[in-house]
Structure formats: C-alpha cells, structure tokens
Design a protein around this ligand. Structure first.
Ligand SMILES: Cc1cc2nc3c(=O)[nH]c(=O)nc-3n(C[C@H](O)[C@H](O)[C@H](O)COP(=O)(O)OP(=O)(O)OC[C@H]3O[C@@H](n4cnc5c(N)ncnc54)[C@H](O)[C@@H]3O)c2cc1C
Length: 232
C-alpha cells in the first residue's frame, strides 16, 4: 500500500493550436483563400485575434484544438468530479478488470496535517485492501470493488478541446474549488499554456473574466455578483 502521487502528462494535441484556432477565427471575417489566411495568421496576429474573440464570446473557434492528458495518482473522488465535464472523452482504468489489491490512495492534506487522523486513515486503507483481497477471491472484481474507498487511486486519459478546457479551468482553478481537482486543473493549465501560450493566456478562474464572483461566497479577490450588478 502506497500513497499515490499525482502525475499529469500532455500526451498529444492538435498541431499549432494557437495558429489553427486563430486561422479559424480569421476565416470568419475574411474573404481570403485558405492559402492567404495561412500566410496572414502569424503568432502576433493570432495573439490579437484570440484575445478579441475570447473577450467577445466567440468560443466555437476554440473547438478546433484538442488536448489529450494522461493522469494518474488521483482519487476516485476526483475522477467522479472530472467526468462530470461532459464535453470531453475519457478512458478510465477499470475496477471491473484490474485487480485493486494493494491499491494506492490519496491522503487529503488536512488529514495529513494531523498525525492521529493520518494513522487512522492508513489503518482503514490497509483494512479495505485486506477486505478487498478476501472478496476478490470469492466474488467478481466488479463486486469486490464495492468495499474500495473514494481515496483509492485511479488513472484516466482525458481529451478536451480548448473551449471545454476554458470552461473546466474557469470552474476548477477557482481558489474555492475542491483542493484535489484544483491542483489537477492548475497542472493541466500549465501544460496547455506551454503548448498553446496565446490560446490559453487568459485561462483562469471565472472571476478573472467576469470581474466578480458568480458564486454565493467570494474568496475576497473579487466582489460578489450582486455587489457589481446590483440585486434583482
Ligand atoms: C464549485 C462547484 C460545485 C459543484 N457542486 C455540485 C454538486 O453539489 N452536485 C452536482 O451534481 N454537481 C456539482 N458540480 C458539478 C457541476 O454542476 C457540473 O456538472 C460540472 O462543473 C461540469 O460543468 P459543465 O456542465 O459546465 O461542463 P460540461 O459538461 O463539459 O459542459 C460544458 C458546457 O456545455 C453546455 N452543456 C453541456 N451539456 C449540456 C446539456 N445537457 N444541456 C445544456 N447545455 C449543456 C453547458 O453550457 C456547459 O457549461 C459542481 C461544480 C463546481 C465547479
């Protein structure tokens, strides 16, 4: 039994994501041939165009760039939240087919800060592993997995287009997002910002775009929506 360690890799992406999405944007407003569009859209023009269209909400051109991530060392609690993002493709390690005896697990930092709770947590993981092993010998793995905890490690491959990633980052980079998915979102954002710096320059928590916090509680960085737009 070991503690799981987050590992996120950008496995693949659309070639030239900045230029591909900017070319799609430029095509909407130009009478040029495709060859002329390609000549016109350089890095500086892409930056200007992408900033403008994201500001205007012309989000559909962002769908022309896709990004595939390999993710491991995350909990089942995290992957359950992740797969709620429907505009994406997922392949997740199966608990029906993969034996989970001696599974790795994620320990929440606040549990780790407390020695007594950490001890109890680890004892419980050992117990769950032991019980799983006993069950897996007597019933199919798809039934034995019912005794596995939310902390059990999972691996998942995710493909999202840039529009869906923006939506994901707006929700999950928020400082009030659940800690594990926030760490993952920040890591994914770092990777896509390296691959497509112009496209993801402004990818951030939603308050950064709106200038207010749309949630009921603010972290203090921006005022609440009601304070900016007034109460209805
Ligand atoms: C702070 C926070 C708290 C949350 N709490 C809960 C909770 O308590 N319970 C819970 O169940 N979930 C909760 N969620 C999950 C949340 O409701 C969404 O399921 C999740 O964030 C995925 O967002 P999404 O639907 O925008 O993404 P996607 O599914 O990727 O969809 C992207 C966008 O496509 C459009 N879209 C997709 N499908 C449809 C559709 N069927 N009809 C119309 N438009 C569609 C929408 O514009 C949507 O924003 C929470 C999320 C956050 C960030």
């Amino acid at each position: 039994m070991t503690e799981a360690k987050l590992n996120v890799k950008l496995l693949a992406h659309t070639p030239n994501p900045d230029l591909t999405t900017a070319t799609a944007a430029h095509l909407c407003y130009a009478s040029s041939s495709i060859d002329d569009l390609i000549k016109k859209v350089d890095s500086a023009y892409a930056e200007k165009l992408l900033k403008r269209l994201i500001g205007e909400g012309h989000w559909s051109v962002l769908e022309h760039a896709s990004f595939t991530f390999g993710i491991e060392g995350v909990s089942r609690a995290l992957t359950h939240q992740l797969v709620r993002h429907r505009i994406a493709s997922y392949s997740q390690q199966s608990q029906r087919y993969v034996n989970a005896k001696d599974f790795s697990y994620v320990i929440p930092p606040k549990v780790k800060d407390d020695k007594e709770l950490t001890k109890k947590f680890e004892e419980f993981m050992d117990k769950a592993s032991e019980l799983y092993g006993e069950f897996a010998e007597k019933v199919p793995k798809e039934d034995a997995r019912f005794v596995l905890p939310n902390a059990a490690e999972s691996k998942i491959i995710v493909t999202m287009n840039a529009r869906s990633l923006y939506n994901f980052f707006e929700r999950r980079c928020c400082v009030r997002a659940q800690w594990e998915i926030r760490i993952l979102a920040l890591e994914m954002r770092k990777l896509v910002q390296e691959a497509a710096p112009k496209l993801f320059e402004n990818a951030d928590a939603i308050c950064e775009r709106l200038g207010y916090c749309p949630e009921g509680k603010t972290c203090g960085r921006y005022p609440l929506k009601e304070e900016v737009l007034g109460k209805k």
